[in-house]
Design a protein around this ligand. Structure first.
Ligand code: NAD
Length: 502
């Protein structure tokens, strides 16, 4: 049966029968921590413990890195003919699709996202990215440069070696796929460290890579908490690069750890405070409202590019706000993530729920007007739920306009014109993404030129595919996921100079 036809009872029955991979995955096998330590993976929809997961530290990281290094040196993957790597990666994507129900449940139970978001967004977003990078395996070329008559100079592009990938909990499968696909495509070995809030899908992912023909040791997983397993990986002297997605605070630590250890490369994909600008000349207000609502409330607002600052030109502001309220109520009612009709689940943890509620409190105290939500939805006290929330009369100096809340909280600001909107939009430490709605083509392009953001949407929001460089300006990070540039970030160049003589 197609997953889109499952009822809530079907999903619940499947969840009850689900088997969890709770070990680390090292050298092609699931293993426990040497100490036997574990941590609990908790279902944020009801507070129940799903599984006890191996809690790794320096010991397990060392084993995983050694396994990756052995595999890399043996050439079993790093020197495999590129087209053979392509076949493995394509089979890998196919196996993820074949296990779609399991992945949907694992991430949904673990971090609370609606199970149908996994089916419609995360799983296709993962497999398309893996296939995209599979297709690139033999497209990355070196170069022969124009140089002295008596010399031949060519530039090789080679894999880095062992790459550590540290990922967040908001799209557990998809963030892992975005990173490991380019790292593996060019021949690196990988040690993946999933977030402790969402550990359960990584083991299945690694097992399927081996089932697809990936050699053991090329893709390893170390489970554990950030300050232990993550820190040990980022400090390891035999790791050549850290590809990091997560908060600004921890992204900065990655750079420090690199400096304290072997100066490994670091690319970071961090948070955001994305502005969505709606100008009065835009003639389809309902469309802009729909995108704005989805842009802040999709995935519970736990999105790096969540459109959390909504700047509306004064002439349409009041009408926009009225329609926004209606659309939000119609589209986002929090509920059981395993119900296929649910579009909004709980926050990832009770701690995250409290954090979001605290920001809502700060918003009120600093003088913003609550226009929608602001509390815990009725009847959902057993989980980490927060109502879709909207503030009006927000000033860009307020905390709720400056800090990443990472929850369903929209800050609406009234602006006089496009120039003021861009000035406010740029007044942020973040610069991941931005959008504008206008019929004025010159204004749209001026916006694209002037906005300090790595990703820009004109008359849409959150559109994209695997060709799109994904990454930030300013403190939103220095890396680019997806796109061909990501491939080069997992390689290094080597200059070969041959003296011809004569
Ligand atoms: P986080 O920074 O707390 O954790 C991210 C990862 O780092 C986790 O695996 C965690 O275990 C690990 N970690 C934490 N402390 C560590 C330490 N001291 N040393 C080593 N590793 C450590 O972030 P999070 O709460 O899991 O995720 C939310 C953040 O991720 C948000 O800021 C969001 O914007 C960002 N994010 C960015 C993108 C992007 O593409 N730019 C995508 C998704 C999420």
């Amino acid at each position: 049966m197609d997953a889109s036809a499952y009822s809530r009872d079907d999903w619940r029955a499947k969840a009850a029968a689900l088997k969890f991979h709770t070990g680390h995955f090292i050298d092609g096998e699931f293993v426990a921590s040497k100490s036997g330590a574990t941590f609990a993976s908790i279902n944020p929809a009801n507070g129940e413990v799903l599984a006890e997961v191996a809690r790794g530290g320096a010991e397990e990281v060392a084993r995983a890195v050694a396994s990756g290094r052995r595999a890399f040196k043996s050439g079993v993957w790093s020197r495999l003919e590129p087209r053979a790597r392509l076949d493995v990666l394509n089979r890998f994507a196919g196996l993820i699709e074949a296990h779609a129900d399991e992945f949907a449940l694992l991430d949904s139970l673990d971090m609370g996202k609606p199970v149908m978001d996994m089916i419609n967004i995360d799983i296709p977003g993962s497999t398309r990215t893996i296939r995209y990078f599979a297709e690139t395996v033999d497209k990355l070329e070196g170069a022969v440069t124009a140089t002295a008559f008596d010399a031949l100079h060519y530039i090789l592009r080679q894999p880095l070696g062992v790459v550590g990938l540290i990922v967040p909990w908001n799209y557990p499968l998809m963030m892992a796929a975005w990173k490991l696909a380019p790292a593996l495509a060019v021949g690196n070995s990988v040690v993946l460290k999933p977030a402790e809030q969402s550990p359960l899908s990584a083991g299945l992912l690694a097992r399927l890579f081996v089932e697809a023909g990936g050699p053991p040791g090329v893709l390893n997983v170390v489970q554990g908490v950030g300050e232990e397993a993550g820190k040990a990986l980022a400090l390891h002297n035999d790791v050549d690069k850290i590809g990091f997605t997560g908060s600004v605070e921890v992204g900065k630590l990655m750079m420090i750890y690199a400096g304290q250890s072997n100066m490994k490369r670091v690319t970071t994909e961090c948070g955001g405070k994305t502005p969505q600008i709606i100008l009065a000349d835009w003639d389809d207000l309902d469309m802009a409202v729909t995108y704005a609502v989805n842009g802040i409330f999709g995935n519970q607002g736990e999105v790096c590019n969540a459109g959390s600052r909504i700047l509306v030109e004064a002439a349409i502001h009041d009408e926009f706000v009225e329609r926004f309220k209606l659309k939000a109520a119609e589209s986002f009612t929090p509920g059981d993530p395993l119900d296929p009709r649910t579009t909004m689940g709980p926050m990832v943890t009770m701690g995250q729920q409290q954090r979001v509620l605290k920001y809502i409190d700060i918003g009120r105290k600093e003088g913003a007007t609550l226009g929608l939500g602001g509390g815990v939805p009725a009847g959902l006290n057993q989980g980490a739920y927060v109502e879709p929330t909207m503030f009006l009369g927000v000033d860009n100096a307020m905390t709720i306009a400056r800090e990443e809340i990472f929850g369903p909280v929209a800050a609406i600001m009234k602006v006089d014109n496009a120039d003021q909107a861009v000035e406010i939009a740029n007044d942020s430490i973040f610069g991941l993404a931005a959008s504008i709605w206008t019929r004025d083509i010159s204004r749209a392009h001026r916006f694209a030129r002037d906005i300090e953001a790595g990703v820009v949407w004109i008359n849409c929001f959150d559109h994209g595919d695997a060709t799109q460089p994904w990454g930030g300006y300013k403190q939103s990070g220095n890396g680019r996921d997806k796109c061909l540039e990501a491939l080069t970030q997992y390689t290094q160049t080597k200059s070969v100079w041959l003296h011809l003589g004569g």
